[in-house]
Design a protein around this ligand. Structure first.
Ligand code: BDP
Length: 700
């Protein structure tokens, strides 16, 4: 098994009762209508049924005698039988589905109904999953609808097929051979996304190239949009703010300039001619050198609204990123998004949503939630997670990210209501916002298994599931994915789930324990680099850990950068006290003496050492648990992960040794005696170079 099939690797249903049930149901499938989405369902079943039951499915042409399963929209069913009363789907929104038994003239039909065909598709995938994992019950009614409207993957893919922070090969979008050549991967990609509820994709890097907005590229993007449409997936593109200059021949990109306004209107109208359901633009502006409205003394709102007005007549949306910071501003990078966006609250159009990274710095192994959540009242906010593991061992390390995302989603913001959470803001239940979004920066590439590391697939899967329902728990998601990927064996399941659920804490512990952050290698962010300095300060490790002879950590309290002030009073109160703040965030907000007494009674220096060492032990445990699966799972899967875990253990040791030697050179305290002594000295670790680390920002 090389991993290409992802979680859609249908296999013989193990439970015999379930298998004969599937056999019966697959022998009479009837669709109440005809459309490309139902055709997609048929194709999927043609693929799945023979693998699951050994027989091809039978699609019936009449709805009664031969039929066992009904599929259709509420409207389609109603026209034929007036069945709408049996299925309470009406309130389940555009993407929801109802499935369960429907009795007609004394016979029971297992029925999947949506308000739109795509709801039927989502229900169908859920049904297959329940048959596959042995939990299906034809007498049970199940209703589901996503809590978030836009469940979007953000590809950071360049037009030359390099991928910014991509660790699984090149971009799957073969722009050169589009529109003429359709790579079968495009269809498999759409199937995989639809099966987990992802309904939008931004195809191109946020560090955008204006050429994607030329007619030639629109024609290429159109082909992808046409492929994705039956699967309920809309296409978004990244809009480079300076496109009016670069491809429009204008002298300015000032968002209030009439010619610029006309340029975007015309571009957008043309886009909709090619892609009638085009989703809209994703924009990174005035951040890390990207052009934006600030060049013309205009605000982010003026920039976003100009694009929003061009999209509004077509129903399109502007996704405007809050990841803005400038090295010209002498402010803790942590504070800059709130400084920009809080004063603009209420100034954005209804079809603008601000996409906020989960934390204020940048996809660190662990970050406290971003202070913009809860700080605005009349601005749509979506959350952006990074599925690609830029700062988390890239595609060599097994780090199951769902627990990290869950931690953020469940974080209490205390605003706008005392019980508000990030999830409640993002899904609109606390914030009341109408437009909702969860974005995931894709980890997908041309590698045979799509994500480089087999367990990278679990992160793609988990992202889709959490975007559908941000209140799901990571264990349940891990269990679903593991069953679909490795089968049902309960012993294997317990082991694999255990590895997954421990993996994030393990990585944080051997990389950046106790609230340390951004101490990775220069630029590629691979491996430890706590000594990194020089150049732009807020890209260096020294800026973030602030270790000196007295202690370590970034003081963001009232005595420091005051970033903590951007949170709700309840948080300020608890976190400004080094005794009360959860230790996992300690050095994120406090600069403390090396001899500071921790909850354990040990000194901070000792605890840093013990944490790094514990991280290594956890990585070793993951590896040894995996080794015990030898012979119990597919050999190719086993060997792939086994080898990568071997590297992960070495990297965990590398992190521990490099960081402790470096911090020791500053703290001037001895290694805690119980820790293994490093093999090399600090100079050795500093001398290591990784010129071939993948995913580096292209310089051209
Ligand atoms: C950082 C990446 C950089 C991205 C940037 C972004 O290092 O390559 O361009 O985020 O999100 O994590 O725009």
């Amino acid at each position: 098994k090389d991993g290409y099939e992802l979680w859609l690797d249908y296999r013989p249903i193990e439970n015999s009762i379930m298998r004969s049930e599937a056999d019966r149901l697959f022998s009479g499938i009837f669709f109440f209508g005809k459309n490309p989405t139902y055709e997609a369902i048929q194709k999927e079943l043609q693929l799945a049924a023979p693998k699951m039951t050994g027989k091809a499915p039978i699609f019936s042409t009449e709805r009664l005698n031969q039929t066992q399963v009904w599929l259709g929209t509420r409207e389609e069913l109603a026209q034929v039988f007036g069945l709408q009363d049996q299925v309470t789907i009406r309130n389940l929104g555009e993407d929801g589905y109802w499935m369960g038994p429907v009795v007609f003239q004394g016979k029971t039909y297992f029925t999947i109904v949506g308000n739109r065909p795509v709801g039927v598709l989502y229900g169908f995938f859920d049904w297959l999953k329940s048959l596959q994992s042995g939990s299906f019950d034809s007498n049970k009614v199940k209703m589901e609808s996503p809590k978030i409207q836009l469940r979007i993957l953000n590809h950071w893919d360049n037009l030359d097929r390099t991928v910014e922070r991509g660790y699984a090969g090149f971009s799957i979008w073969d722009w050169h051979r589009l529109p003429g050549y359709i790579d079968p991967r495009y269809i498999d990609y759409a199937r995989a996304n639809a099966s987990i509820g992802i309904n939008a994709v931004s195809l191109t890097n946020v560090n955008a190239n204006a050429r994607i907005l030329t007619t030639d590229f629109m024609k290429k993007a159109k082909v992808l949009a046409d492929i994705f449409r039956p699967y309920g997936i809309k296409v978004f593109l990244t809009a480079r703010f300076s496109a009016p200059i670069e491809i429009g021949g204008l002298k300015t990109a000032d968002p209030l300039d009439p010619e610029v306004i006309a340029f975007w209107k015309k571009k957008t109208d043309e886009m909709y001619q090619h892609i009638p359901d085009f989703g809209g633009y994703l924009v990174k502006a005035n951040s890390e050198g990207q052009p934006g409205p600030h060049e013309y003394q205009r605000t982010h709102a003026e920039g976003a609204n100009m694009l929003a007005d061009a999209l509004a007549p077509h129903g399109g949306v502007v996704i405007w990123r809050a990841f803005v910071y400038s090295h010209e501003i002498d402010e803790d990078r942590h504070k800059q998004a709130n400084l920009e966006f809080v004063p603009l609250d209420g100034k954005f159009r209804e079809n603008v949503i601000i996409q906020v990274k989960n934390g204020a710095i940048d996809f660190q192994p662990r970050e406290p939630f971003h202070p913009l959540f809860g700080a605005v009242k009349q601005t749509n906010l979506g959350v952006e997670f990074q599925i690609t593991q830029e700062y988390l061992g890239q595609a060599t390390q097994l780090v199951y990210l769902s627990p990290m995302w869950e931690e953020v989603l469940r974080s209490k913001t205390f605003r706008p209501t005392p019980n508000s959470t990030v999830a409640g803001i993002v899904d609109g239940s606390d914030s009341g916002q109408k437009l909702t979004l969860m974005a995931g920066v894709s980890n997908i590439g041309t590698d045979r298994n799509w994500t480089g590391h087999l367990f990278g697939q679990a992160n793609w899967y988990a992202f889709g599931r959490l975007a559908w329902d941000p209140y799901l728990n990571s264990e349940q998601i891990a269990e679903e994915w593991t069953k679909l990927t490795f089968g049902q064996n309960p012993e294997n399941l317990t082991k694999i789930k255990g590895i997954m659920l421990d993996s994030h804490e393990a990585a944080v512990t051997y990389m950046t324990p106790l609230g340390l952050h951004h101490i990775m290698g220069w630029d590629h962010h691979y491996g430890p680099g706590p000594w990194v300095t020089g150049g732009r300060a807020d890209w260096t490790a020294l800026y973030y850990h602030r270790a000196d002879s007295l202690g370590i950590g970034f003081d963001r309290t009232f005595t420091g950068s005051k970033a903590l002030e951007q949170y709700a009073p309840e948080i300020i109160q608890a976190w400004s006290d080094s005794e009360q703040i959860p230790e996992k965030y300690l050095l994120w907000f406090h600069h403390l003496p090396w001899d500071y007494t921790m909850k354990s009674g040990k000194t901070l220096w000792e605890e840093i050492g013990l944490h790094y060492d514990q991280g290594v032990k956890s990585a070793r445990k993951m590896k040894s648990t995996w080794e015990s699966l030898n012979g119990a799972i597919d050999p190719e899967q086993f060997s792939h992960v086994s080898q990568l875990l071997g590297i992960q253990v070495q990297e965990a040791e590398w992190w521990r040794n490099a960081c402790l030697l470096y911090f020791q050179s500053i703290s001037k305290r001895p290694f805690p005696s119980e820790i293994e002594q490093p093999e090399g000295d600090l100079e050795y670790y500093k001398s290591l170079r990784f010129p071939t680390a993948p995913g580096i920002r292209p310089r051209w």
